[in-house]
Write a new protein. Structure first.
Length: 159
């Protein structure tokens, strides 16, 4: 599946515009969010989208595993961050210390990183396996945190 030769007709990776709203959706669905930081003239970013992210969206196999978004850093676009503030995409990248494209972050509903970030693409034959591993880790982290919080009652003010 990972080395699909033809572009996925009609499938585009959704652009991150409102991460606050995406976070609410992620919380309700108990899913992590994948944010792919990219640039317009980045051939590796195009490769990431065409060979991995678009086929993931087209397959439907990831619908119950992760919410996928991309953020283009060099087109002056704005995004609403996880706390609801509007800022330039490049400012959000700076806040996350993203300096290379493509970089993929796996975050929870509040924007906290859940798995090791992926920078660039080097071994394309193994990239899909690494990507799946990070998605599985992020999903496990979201579900584990939720499971622990359900088991542990909050006892503020009680001794």
């Amino acid at each position: 599946m990972w080395l699909a030769a033809a572009p996925c007709a009609g499938v585009e990776v959704p652009v991150a515009q409102d991460l606050h709203r995406d976070g609410e959706g992620a919380r309700a669905a108990r899913l992590p969010i994948l944010i792919a930081f990219s640039a317009i003239e980045c051939s590796y970013c195009d490769l990431l989208e065409e060979e991995f992210l678009e086929p993931m969206l087209l397959s439907g196999d990831y619908t119950d595993k992760i919410i996928i978004r991309k953020l283009v850093l060099d087109n002056g676009s704005h995004v609403r961050d996880f706390s609801g503030h509007s800022l330039e995409a490049a400012q959000l990248a700076h806040a996350y210390r993203v300096f290379v494209t493509p970089t993929i972050l796996f975050v929870d509903a509040d924007g906290r990183e859940l798995a090791e970030r992926m920078r660039g693409i080097n071994t394309i034959e193994m990239f899909g396996g690494y990507l799946d591993g990070c998605i599985d880790t992020a999903l496990l982290m979201v579900r584990e945190v939720e499971r622990i919080s359900e088991r542990t009652p909050c006892r503020l003010g009680q001794d």
